[in-house]
Design a protein around this ligand. Structure first.
Ligand SMILES: C[S@@+](CC[C@H](N)C(=O)[O-])C[C@H]1O[C@@H](n2cnc3c(N)ncnc32)[C@H](O)[C@@H]1O
Length: 564
């Protein structure tokens, strides 16, 4: 490496900070890099641990009090006590407008004016991110900042020329804050609850490296960063911005790291309408839950549990409520609940994965490189999650060998799908089984369909299943008798089959049973066919069914779990 020289501007920044009590280690040199703004290197070896690198005097730290006092003179007149970052952004805009007259001029002139955060991307660049969380987040953030900018400018005292506070300038201030601030709770050692971003000139000159050991030390006079390790001469000197995944780095800072150990896929799940019991299990005051998938935890326990609660039928919900009070017990509420939860989770994750497109670019620029690192890591974590879900389904079905030594998804999914036939029944099994030939032939003729696919295409899968389950409950073949008994106990009672529920099935009965009885009076002419019986079968289909993707073509199929 050739001799490192700092530019005059960085020397000026250091002199300015030192004139007010700041510090820059004589072993450090800050230079302008081509690709990531300033970088700091060790001119000579730095002996750790706890070697002081940079300090910013408290008088130069840009916080709410200074911003409010500067713009509103009386800080109590500042309307942004509850959104201190707005006051700081307006303050920053004004320092930039003041130019050389700003007391922070030495700092402001070194701040980048162009960024690689997605709010600066062109429409075409942004398209590459379609399907990812960042894609949706960009417009939400832009909208929030635009509204904030309008509110901020409206509240500026009349001595300011509001036309100079453009949206572009405000966006710049927002991005400066997102890409180089420190939490006030750390800088001033105050409570985390009220923490907000503050700017710490000079100390913010270091790039990020995860897990690099550094100490941040706050005193009444200054904020200091020290190195936790020795640093060899010529090496870059880093800060450690914390446990940030690529999504947070891209949105806030405009870069991504190839092997980021803190990378996660964030799943934000809106709570569906739930019974009071279920809401109790997922925190009744919340309307959405957030989960993080990572390489080390591709299937977090809390995520599976969330889906268990969402899909649980009444009996399973009671079981989950009872299990909640027994610490250390697994939360599963039986095979049906487990398969339904894992099946729905699989659909949610695979839909997210399918929404992301991975497009190679021949000569990627810096932004495209960051995006492609972000996307490929998201895809990797989502794929690992699908594998973990499939393995969990495999385990729930007690397939042998217990721990398959393969990551071949097709193999695992085929095993799961094949095993389902031992635990339940779906329309394909019914239609291919000679013992149900008479039933299926009446259905084919009565509904003018020739296969389960026709039935699914006509969107009557649940109705045909109600007819089939009614037929099973009437005829109770020997191997279904234990299941039929259990279904009788669970659903054939006044609590489950109230009048309103049964009434809904009267229409179904009138529409289907007389014409089907004409086609096959042995099966459908039975005296046992009643709206109440069909309502009972309806409860079974509603409560004992699971939707599983076919392992060959991925189409969703409805299965009734008959293993009890
Ligand atoms: C607090 S500043 C760090 C010093 C910075 N280089 C500057 O120009 O002042 C944060 C910005 O530095 C760049 N940066 C920090 N760490 C980086 C890294 N590991 N790889 C690429 N760019 C990085 C990003 O542009 C980020 O927005």
């Amino acid at each position: 490496m050739g001799e490192l020289r700092s530019s005059n501007d960085y020397d000026e920044l250091v002199r300015w900070a030192e004139s007010q009590g700041g510090y820059c280690s004589p072993s450090l040199i800050i230079t302008k890099s081509e690709t990531s703004g300033s970088t700091a290197h060790a001119k000579t070896a730095i002996e750790g641990p706890n070697a002081r690198l940079l300090s910013c005097p408290t008088s130069l730290i840009i916080d709410y009090d200074k911003a409010a006092a500067h713009i509103w003179e009386d800080p109590h007149a500042c309307p942004f006590l509850r959104s201190p970052e707005i006051a700081i952004r307006l303050f920053l805009c004004n320092q930039r407008i003041l130019g050389r007259d700003s007391p922070w001029a030495a700092y402001i002139k070194l701040l980048p004016t162009e960024f690689d955060t997605p709010l600066y991307y062109s429409h075409d660049e942004l398209e590459m991110l379609r399907g990812t969380n960042v894609f949706g987040e960009v417009e939400l953030r832009r909208h929030a900042w635009v509204e904030e900018w309008k509110r901020g400018v409206m509240h500026l005292p009349s001595k300011f020329n509001k036309t100079l506070f453009s949206w572009e300038l405000y966006l710049w201030a927002c991005t400066v804050l997102s890409s180089r601030s420190f939490p006030s709770s750390i800088v001033f050692g105050t409570s985390e609850v009220d923490s907000y971003p503050v700017l710490v000139p000079l100390v913010d000159s270091l790039n990020h490296k995860p897990q690099v050991p550094v100490y941040w030390n706050a005193t009444a006079d200054s904020f200091t960063i020290s190195s936790g390790d020795s640093i060899a001469a010529g090496d870059e000197v880093f800060n450690n911005y914390g446990l940030k995944g690529n999504e947070e780095l891209l949105m806030g800072y405009g870069f991504c790291l190839e092997n980021n150990p803190f990378d996660v896929v964030t799943l934000k799940l809106r709570h569906p309408r739930m019974s009071a019991d279920k809401a109790e299990l997922v925190s009744p005051e919340m309307t959405e839950s957030i989960f993080h998938l990572s390489e080390s935890s591709p299937l977090p326990h809390e995520l599976v549990n969330f889906f268990r609660i969402v899909v649980a039928n009444v009996r399973e919900t009671e079981r989950l409520l009872a299990l909640r009070t027994v610490p250390g017990l697994s939360q599963t509420a039986g095979m049906r609940c487990e398969l339904d939860a894992l099946g729905k989770l699989y659909n949610a994750v695979s839909m997210k994965l399918r929404g992301i497109s991975v497009t190679g670019v021949a000569h990627p620029n810096k932004r495209q490189q960051s995006m492609s690192v972000y996307i490929s890591r998201q895809v990797k974590i989502l794929s690992q999650s699908l594998l973990a879900i499939t393995r969990a389904m495999y385990a729930a079905l007690h397939i042998q060998p217990e721990s398959p030594d393969t990551e071949d998804m097709t193999f695992l999914r085929t095993k799961v799908y094949q095993r389902l036939a031992d635990c339940g029944v779906n329309l394909d099994l019914v239609f291919s089984s000679p013992r149900f030939a008479e039933f299926t032939s009446a259905i084919k003729e009565g509904f003018d369909v020739s296969s389960p696919s026709d039935i699914r295409a006509a969107d009557i899968e649940d109705q045909i299943l109600v007819l089939f389950v009614s037929h099973l409950l009437i005829s109770t073949p020997a191997e279904y008798s234990a299941w039929a008994d259990a279904m009788h106990q669970r659903y054939n009672n006044a609590r489950e089959l109230d009048e309103d529920y049964v009434e809904d099935f009267e229409r179904l009965f009138d529409a289907y049973i007389p014409p089907l009885a004409e086609l096959n009076s042995t099966i459908f002419g039975e005296q046992k066919w009643t709206p109440r019986l069909m309502a009972w079968a309806g409860k079974v289909v509603d409560s004992e069914g699971v939707v599983v993707e076919n392992c060959e073509d991925g189409r969703p199929e409805y299965w009734i779990i008959t293993a009890v």
